[in-house]
Ligand binder design. Structure first.
Ligand code: BV8
Length: 266
């Protein structure tokens, strides 16, 4: 659906001190009800209310305590594979110990009203799938999968040994998490599917992301260039805020259920 020209700032930035119930512009409610295809980019911010830390904001963000070069790059893995393997095991255990939050469930609920909902997630926690979203495109992989560093093949079982990382049962190479590190290309199919969704959708949301990691951060721009309305839900302003037709600053776990309730009252 048509929005204002790319870059026009007919936006509403609702500061975090929102009233008890967020008020949504009529155009958004109408477009949401009429949409046949909704594309939604998500980042770590949608999982914070489940207890998963973000990367760049707030006190306990990951990159404040862990250097990207050591923990989320091939060179860091090659320098110390055990340190990286152990870090991802620790994060996976934490992700398995939490539940999806109302923000995840609200996105899954959108599917009940007829629209195709493509979730384009940067997250590796699998919480969208656990909340019931049926189309989840994992741009940066999934922490629950491991693959052989040498052969790139997925490996779901390996001999129980004390060695960390474990060895590929096929070639003996070290295993690594099936996630995308900095400097690595995103999975071709996932990126192509996400770009197609951004081009074809009637409405685009960017939720819980600082919108600085590319090429994922380019997806809202693909939609905006086609004059598709872009809506942001984030705790803070981002480089996308001035491009979004509406930007809501507040917790996704509150705003998204309110939006769904406003669009489709019981
Ligand atoms: C690549 C690993 C080819 C998995 C991650 C231009 C084009 C292409 C690439 C680049 C480019 N410029 C630079 C690059 C290189 C780089 C990049 O983008 N760097 C940035 C930092 C400048 N990109 C790459 O390397 C990508 N590869 O393009 O290959 C290439 C290579 C080299 C050079 C050119 C081309 C690979 C990127 C993927 C890296 N892997 N993670 C893992 O361990 O998780 S990135 C990491 O960042 C996570 O995947 C994360 O999802 C992603 C984005 O972060 P966010 O999710 O947005 O998290 P963040 O903390 O930043 O923000 C959270 C937001 O939520 C905050 O704004 C906060 O306010 C908000 N929030 C918090 N709570 C809530 C909330 N909002 C709402 N409600 C709440 N309750």
């Amino acid at each position: 659906m048509m929005g204002p020209p790319f870059g026009a700032t007919a936006k509403r930035v609702c500061p975090w001190g929102l009233a008890a119930m967020t008020s949504f512009p009529t155009w958004l409610i109408e477009q949401l009800r009429a949409a046949r295809h909704i594309a939604i980019l998500t980042g770590s911010g949608i999982s914070t209310e489940s207890g998963i830390p973000t990367f760049r904001d707030g006190q306990n963000s990951l990159w404040k305590d862990f250097d990207i070069r050591d923990y989320a790059s091939v060179d860091g893995y090659l320098r110390n594979p055990q340190r990286v393997w152990d870090w991802y095991v620790e994060r996976r255990v934490q992700m398995d110990s939490v539940e999806p939050n109302p923000g995840h469930f609200a996105l899954a609920q959108m599917e009940q009203h007829g629209a195709r909902v493509s979730i384009l997630t940067q997250n590796i926690d699998g919480l969208h799938q656990r909340a019931g979203s049926s189309e989840v495109i994992e741009l940066h992989g999934n922490i629950h999968r491991s693959r052989c560093y040498r052969e790139h093949t997925l490996v779901d079982t390996w001999p129980e040994t004390a060695e960390r990382p474990p060895r590929c049962p096929d070639c003996g190479g070290p295993l690594r998490p099936d996630v995308v590190w900095f400097g690595e290309m995103l999975p071709d199919e996932a990126l192509a599917a996400a770009e197609r969704a951004a081009r074809e959708c009637d409405l685009f949301f960017s939720i819980g992301t600082s919108a600085v990691v590319y090429p994922a951060a380019a997806l809202p721009l693909v939609a905006a260039r086609r004059r598709t309305s872009v809506v942001e839900v984030n705790l803070e302003e981002t480089p996308l805020t001035d491009i979004a037709r509406s930007s809501f600053q507040g917790p996704a776990g509150r705003i998204l259920p309110e939006l769904v309730a406003a669009a489709w009252p019981e």
